[in-house]
Design a protein around this ligand. Structure first.
Ligand code: GAP
Length: 445
C-alpha cells in the first residue's frame, strides 16, 4: 500500500487534503490523473448499468434529504458502530475491530492488551454526519449528510415508476458523494469519511428476488474481470446472519485481496421490501407496483453498491508492477486501456527538431479530439517513457528521423515494450481499434 500511496502522490493522482494545514485525517484530494481515472471508472460503471441496458434509468438525488427519510430508513436508530474509548491513551476504537487496531502506547499492541489499557464499555456511535438547515439552530433544523445514495432512490420510486413508465424488474442507478463519520478510517482510500458511492436499486417481483440476487453478483464479478482485475484476487463471501445490515435479507460481498488482506470491494444485498415498506409507513405515500390487471405488490430490491475509492485502490494495486529492463528498474501501472487516465503519449524524439515537433503536435491535435492524450517533449526519451509507464499510458507514439523521411511513427506498447512502425495517417484508427481490443493483464491470473 505504501508504494501505491507514494506513486499516487508522486504522479499527482491523490494528495492528502488540506495538506498545508497539516492534513485532515483520512481525507484526500484528487489531482489530474486521479480525476481522469475516476471519470473512466464512473463512465464504465454507468455504461454497464444504464447505457448498455434497457431496464435501468439514472437518478441524481440531493445529498441532504428530509431528516425523516433517515428515521424511516432506520439509519437514525441503527446505523451505528460499537465504540470504545481508552481512558489511558484517549484513543477511540471500533469494539468489533480491536484486532485491526493499534493501542496508543509503545511497543504497540492491540487495544486492551497492555496492562495500562483501560477501555470503556462499548456504546453505539451513529455514523451519520449531522448538519443544520436554515438559520434557526434548534432540534427542528437538524439534518444529515447522506450515508448512502440508496434512500434518494427509494423516495423517488413513485416518480420513476410513473414517469419512466417502468415495471419490475427495473432499476435506478445513482452515483454521488456519501458521508460517514467512521470511527477508524484508514488504509489510504479504503476507509474514508467522504466517498463516492455507485449504487443501483433493482426492483423485482418478490418471488424472483433470489434469482436476481445471484444474477447481480455474477454481473458485477464479470465487470471486474472485464476491466482487468485478476481472478485469483477476487472472491465472493456471503454474510453471516449476525453481520448483515438492518435492512438486509442476504448480502454477498465481492472481496478483493488488498495489501491489508481480503476486504470488501462491493456489496450485493437483497434488501427485500424493507425500504419501500418503511417509506410507505412513514410518508403515507404508497410505494408499490400496480399492474395493468390491477394486481399490486411491493417490489423487493437487489442492490449492488460500491465506492469509487474501493475500486480505485483495487485497480491500482492490481496494476502496480516493477521490473528490471536493460538493467534499469521500471515501475509500471498495467491498467486496462479503458481505465487508464491517459490513452496515448505523443513524443517527438528531439525537441529542438522543428520538423519532428511540427509532426508530433499535428498528431497530438488529431488524437486529442477523440481521447485523452499527452504531448511531451521534455527530457530524454527513456525518461519520458518511464513517466508514461508510471501513470499507466498504454501506448506511446514517437516521431523520429524516419518520420520525416517516410511519414511513419513508432508505437510502443506499455506492457510488452514491443515497438512497431505505422503510417502516421493511420494512427488515429489504429488507436481507436487498439483501445477497443480485449485486454488481459500480463501479470497472470
Ligand atoms: N447502500 C448500501 C450500502 O451503503 P455498505 O456496505 O455500507 O452498503 C457500500 O457500503 C459500499 O461502499 C461498500 O461495499 C464499499 O465499497 C463502500 N464503502 C463503505 N464504507 C466506505 C468507506 N468508509 N470508505 C470507502 N468506501 C466505503
Amino acid at each position: 500500500m505504501e508504494k501505491i500511496v507514494s506513486l499516487c502522490r508522486r504522479r499527482g493522482f491523490v494528495f492528502p487534503s488540506s495538506e498545508i494545514y497539516g492534513g485532515l485525517g483520512s481525507t484526500y484530494d484528487y489531482g489530474h490523473y486521479g480525476v481522469l481515472l475516476k471519470d473512466n471508472i464512473r463512465s464504465l460503471w454507468l455504461a454497464a448499468m444504464v447505457r448498455d441496458r434497457d431496464d435501468i434509468v439514472a437518478l441524481d438525488s440531493a445529498v441532504i434529504l428530509h431528516p425523516r427519510v433517515w428515521e424511516a430508513s432506520g439509519h437514525v436508530g441503527e446505523f451505528t458502530d460499537p465504540l470504545v474509548d481508552c481512558r489511558t491513551c484517549k484513543l477511540r476504537f471500533r469494539a468489533d475491530k480491536l484486532e485491526d487496531a493499534q493501542c496508543g502506547r509503545k511497543p504497540s499492541k492491540h487495544p486492551g492488551e497492555t496492562p495500562d489499557c483501560d477501555l470503556t464499555e462499548a456504546r453505539h456511535f451513529n455514523l451519520m454526519f449531522q448538519t443544520r438547515v436554515g438559520a434557526v439552530e434548534d432540534e427542528s433544523s437538524v439534518a444529515y449528510l447522506r450515508p448512502e445514495t440508496a434512500q434518494g432512490i427509494f423516495v423517488n420510486f413513485k416518480n420513476v415508476l410513473q414517469l419512466a413508465r417502468r415495471k419490475p424488474p427495473f432499476g435506478i442507478a445513482q452515483v454521488g458523494k456519501a458521508f460517514r463519520n467512521e470511527i477508524t478510517p484508514g488504509n489510504f482510500l479504503f476507509r474514508v469519511r467522504e466517498f463516492e458511492l455507485m449504487e443501483m436499486e433493482y426492483f423485482v417481483p418478490p418471488a424472483e428476488a433470489d434469482e436476481w440476487h445471484r444474477y447481480w453478483i455474477d454481473q458485477r464479478m464479470d465487470w471486474y474481470l472485464r476491466y482487468g482485475l485478476r481472478e485469483s484476487r477476487l472472491r465472493i463471501r456471503e454474510h453471516g446472519e449476525e453481520e448483515r445490515s438492518h435492512y438486509s435479507r442476504a448480502t454477498s460481498d465481492l472481496e478483493y485481496l488488498y495489501p491489508i488482506g481480503w476486504g470488501e470491494l462491493e456489496g450485493v444485498a437483497n434488501r427485500g421490501d424493507y425500504d419501500l415498506t418503511q417509506h410507505t409507513q412513514h410518508s403515507g405515500t404508497k410505494l408499490e407496483y400496480v399492474g395493468e390487471g390491477g394486481e399490486r405488490y411491493t417490489p423487493w430490491v437487489i442492490e449492488p453498491a460500491v465506492s469509487m475509492e474501493r475500486i480505485f485502490v483495487a485497480l491500482l494495486v492490481d496494476a502496480y508492477d516493477e521490473e528490471v529492463v536493460a538493467e534499469r528498474q521500471r515501475t509500471v501501472l498495467r491498467l486496462h486501456p479503458a481505465v487508464a487516465p491517459v490513452k496515448a503519449a505523443v513524443l517527438p524524439l528531439i525537441a529542438k527538431n522543428e520538423g519532428m515537433v511540427g509532426q508530433a503536435r499535428a498528431l497530438y491535435e488529431e488524437l486529442r479530439r477523440g481521447h485523452i492524450v499527452e504531448y511531451d517533449e521534455g527530457g530524454a526519451i527513456g525518461r519520458r517513457y518511464r513517466r508514461q509507464d508510471e501513470i499507466g499510458t498504454p501506448f506511446a507514439f514517437t516521431i523520429d528521423e524516419q518520420t520525416l523521411e517516410d511519414e511513419t511513427v513508432t508505437v510502443r506498447d506499455r506492457d510488452s515494450l514491443e515497438q512497431e512502425r505505422l503510417p502516421i495517417d493511420s494512427v488515429r484508427s489504429w488507436l481507436d481499434e487498439a483501445l477497443d481490443r480485449p485486454w488481459k493483464t500480463p501479470k497472470g491470473d
